[in-house]
Design a protein around this ligand. Sequence first.
Ligand code: ZN
Length: 172
Amino acid sequence: MAGLEDLYREIILDHYRSPRNRGELPVPPARKLEGFNPLCGDEIVLYVDVDDNTVSDIRIGGQGCSISQASSSMMGAAVRGKSVDEARKLIRAFKALMSIHESRLEGDGDGEDLAAELEGVRLGDLEALQGVVKFPVRIKCATLAWNTLAQGLDETLGGASPPEDPPNPNGA
Ligand code: ZN
């Protein structure tokens, strides 16, 4: 399947060279979220506007390796305009894509639960990143933007906050 790997490499390089949704948004109303991967030195800065339970706009900054930057570009393109629920589903599916391969490599059976998680979610270009799992140290590069967004959505909405940190009713 060398042809497919070439295609994947092209997609990743395309996002790296021409990142989508690059820039900033005014804060507030947008939220600024920062992620850092010390293993590789990758930085991601996200500006996320959540409006009416929809990711109405997203802008991305930061610097780092091609995997981290391409992944953030793909993520922005994938979640922009989606409902928060859909965005969360994509985050779970993408992380499952990364861990399915991990669990397969380790030879345990957890892959099947994760496959169920992926069902019905269209990852499109994101599948290009699945080649990353052959290089386990790069998985953190690929998931950095997604973890940053997930954390930001939790904080913004309070929906999945841990119990010791309830949403502040006077926050806005
Ligand atoms: Zn990296």
